[in-house]
Write a protein that binds this ligand. Structure first.
Ligand SMILES: [Zn+2]
Length: 329
């Protein structure tokens, strides 16, 4: 894939954003390859990749992998990786997050079977959203599901709403309101609640020996923040806590698994994108700009060119307005 073709695609992708009032920004620089040759975007098309390049298993350390599955809803510009952490120990496997449906999660389980004969013992629900739990019933009976209490009730409500014969997801039996330390086959695994972020029950998984932090949906790599049910200012605080841990590798719930250096830089960029949404939301709220006009009145700089910016911005500002009005309890 040549840069010329990529640049055309960048321009095409950016063109969609002009409708949200970003006419003053030059669209070329934001997604140009950086000096390491990587185009920083969550969009597979801009990276010149194909759907057949997925799913993909990345090895992060001797016993740690990230599985990247691709979600393909092109109707809503949703064609980006969804990442699951896989921790292999001599006494079983812990997985954090899974895929959107049973078929896709069975592919995850098959990919794990290729790197270890050990069975999956634990599944951590880092995000209770469908694209991370929808396939959880594919895990074998006897798998222990771990979640924050908030996510447990979300999953219970989901099962209740599905009706007597509707599809059910497993309800977590081990709850982590704050922190849980597991010692599985000689590997220390910390399950952490760093604060409300994308869902309200966001859990991260930290491996102290490897210094790897899987952040689930509290971190997207170059995907514009999605705040459907999220907590804008608390999310900023949660990412700051993660940054303070100074992990060697920060694993995002969505977006590409780039080099540790890029992932570390992008966690900062992601937090700054959230801060921009918060500051723009409060600025417009204070100025009395009605919510329905807020998206086209906001000034996002280069964040406006991130994948799904146009789609996610109105709801993100809506959540900031709700926070400013004291409605997010
Ligand atoms: Zn998601």
């Amino acid at each position: 894939m040549t840069n010329g073709v990529n640049r055309l695609r960048v321009l095409a992708a950016s063109g969609a954003l002009l409708t949200v009032g970003l006419l003053t920004y030059a669209p070329t620089a934001a997604q140009a390859p950086t000096k390491d040759g990587v185009i920083r975007t969550a969009d597979i098309n801009i990276r010149g990749l194909k759907r057949s390049d997925f799913p993909k298993m990345h090895k992060l350390a001797e016993n740690v992998y990230v599985y990247s599955g691709l979600q393909t809803r092109t109707d809503i510009e949703m064609e980006f990786p969804t990442n699951n952490l896989v921790v292999v120990t001599r006494d079983g496997v812990l997985v954090a997050d899974a895929q959107i449906n049973e078929g896709d999660t069975r592919q995850l389980i098959a990919a794990i079977a290729k790197v270890t004969p050990q069975p999956v013992k634990y599944v951590v629900v880092g995000s209770d959203h469908n694209d991370h739990v929808g396939g959880n019933s594919a895990f074998p009976a006897g798998t222990t599901f771990i979640a924050h209490p908030t996510s447990k009730s979300v999953l219970e409500q989901r099962n209740a709403a599905a009706g007597a014969n509707g599809p059910k997801v497993p309800v977590p039996t081990e709850l982590v309101p704050d922190k849980k330390v597991l010692n599985l086959g000689g590997t220390e695994i910390q399950v952490l609640f760093l604060g409300r972020a994308h869902t309200g029950g966001d859990l991260s998984v930290y491996l102290p020996r490897e210094n790897i932090l899987f952040m689930s949906e509290a971190y997207f790599n170059r995907l514009f923040p999605s705040l459907y049910g999220g907590y804008p200012s608390e999310w900023v605080a949660a990412v700051k806590k993660a940054e303070a841990m100074n992990a060697a590798i920060y694993v995002p719930g969505h977006g590409f698994i780039d080099s540790p250096q890029i992932l570390k830089e992008e966690v900062v960029n992601f937090r700054q994108s959230l801060e921009k949404i918060v500051s723009e939301g409060y600025r417009l709220h204070k100025a009395g700009v009605p919510l329905q006009r807020a998206a086209r009145s906001s000034v996002l700089g280069s964040f406006g060119y991130w994948t799904r910016a146009a789609q996610n911005l109105p709801e993100a500002l809506g959540r900031v307005y709700a926070e400013a009005d004291g409605q997010l309890k």
